[in-house]
Write a protein that binds this ligand. Sequence first.
Ligand code: DUC
Ligand code: ZN
Ligand code: ZN
Length: 467
Amino acid sequence: MTVLIKNGRIVTATDDYTADIVIDGERIHTIGRDIPAAGHAEVHDARGLLVLPGGVDVHTHLDWDFGVARTADTFGTGTKAAAFGGTTTLVDFCNQDGRAPQAALEDWHSRAASACIDVAAHLILTKVSEQVLIDMASLIRRDGVSTFKLFMAYPGVLMVDDATIFKALRVARDNGGMICMHAENGPVIQVLIEEAIAAGHTAPKYHETTRPSLLEGEATQRAITLSELAEAPLYIVHLSAAEALAAVTAARDRGVPVHAETCPHYLFLTKEEYERPGFESAKFVMTPPLRDRHHQSMLWRGLSTNDLQVVSTDHCPFCFNEQPLGMKYSKQQGVNNFNKIPNGAPGIETRLPLVYDGGVRANRISLNRFVQLTATTPAKLFGLFPKKGTIAVGSDADIVLFDPNEQWTIRAAAHHSRVDYSLFEGRSVTGRVKKVFLRGGLIVEGDRWLGREGGGNYVPRGQAGRA
Ligand code: DUC
Ligand code: ZN
Ligand code: ZN
C-alpha cells in the first residue's frame, strides 16, 4: 500500500525543492520528479503547499501532576491538538515524584498509551539518591529515556542542589544522556514571593515581579559552570531572559556544549499581559514569566545566531475556569494569591503557525531555519534523528502539508485541547496546517480528524546532545 504526495514544495532544514514523495508503509520510500499517479492507494496533490517534516515538540506536560494541580490534557486530547498544529512527535515530561524512576516511567507509559502521535519521555528527577544515579544509566541505555530535567527553582518541591546537578551531569555524560535545566534561582525567588505576599501583593502580576530575569541569568550561568566542569552537555529549557541568553552565547563561544530552547509565548507576548484587568492575567502565569520587549528582541537574535536552537511549546495547560474539569485543573486556585496559581500555559496546537507567521513571514528567520527550529534540531538533540525531524528516504513518513498563504484567527473554541483559553486568542496568523501524515497514515485533513487514540507509538531515543 503506497501513498503518493505530488507537486509539493519540500522544505527541510537544508533543502527547498519541488518533488513527489512515495510513502511505502510507515516510511518515505522515494523522492523524485513526475512519479506516475497510477497504482498508489492514495494520491495527494500538494501543489501550492509546503511539504514539511512533522513537527517535533520536546517540551510538553500531558496529564502531569504538579502537586495540587494537574494539567488539563490527557495524552489523547493533547496529542490530537498537537497533530492539528502539525506536530507528530512529542517528548513529554514524566515526573519522578519521589518514586523509583522505573515506577514513574511505567505510570507514564500507562497514561501515554492513549497518544495519537508518537511520544517519547524525559524524566524529571526530584530525589536523586545514589541508586537513582545508577538507574539513570539503564534509563538511557535500556528504556530510551536519554534526557532528564532538573529544577533549580521551587525549593522544597522540585528543586535539587548544585551537588546533585553536578553528579547527574556526569552520569548523563558517561551514558550518552543530557540534563535539561529549569534555570531560575529558587531560594531567592522564594524570599521575593514571601515579601510580596506579606505586603499584600497577591495579584497575578506579582508572579512576574518576583521572578526577575537576573535570577534566570544567574541560575543559567551556574548551570553552565557546573556542566563545563563536568564536561557534560546541557540543555536550558524555556529560556526567556537576555541575561540567560548572554550566558549561553558566551559558553557556546568557548565551545561548551550548551543548548537552549525558547517558546512562542516569549517570542510574541510581553509582560504587559499582566496588566489585564482582574484575574484575567492569571492566564499568562507561566514560569519563567513573560518579559519586556528588550528580552524578546534578544531572543530573536539568539534564534538567528543559533545560540537558541529549538522552539518548543512548554505546553502545560491549566484551565482558566474551574468548570468543567474541577479546581485541580484550574488557575482559579490562585484567585487570592498569585503563588497558588498553577504555573503553566497551553500552546501545543499553535507553535508552527505562530513561528511561521511571526518568524518566516516577518523576515526574522528563513524557511529552512523554521524547519530546523521546530523539527530537525529538536530531533537531533533528543536522539530521534533521522527517524524523525526530516524528509528523507528511510525516515518515518511524518509529513505536514502547510498552506503558507491561508490567513486565519486563533480561537480557543476551535482548538482540540481540553484547556479553555489560548494565550493568542483573536490573533490573526498566515500559514495553516492542511494535512498531517503520521508514519504514512493521514491523521488530519483540514478540520477533519482521521487519527485515533492509541495510534501513536512510544519512541525510544538514542544518544542526546548532538545537533
Ligand atoms: N516549568 C516547566 O517547564 N513547565 C511548567 C512549570 C515549570 O516551572
Ligand atoms: Zn521548567
Ligand atoms: Zn515545562
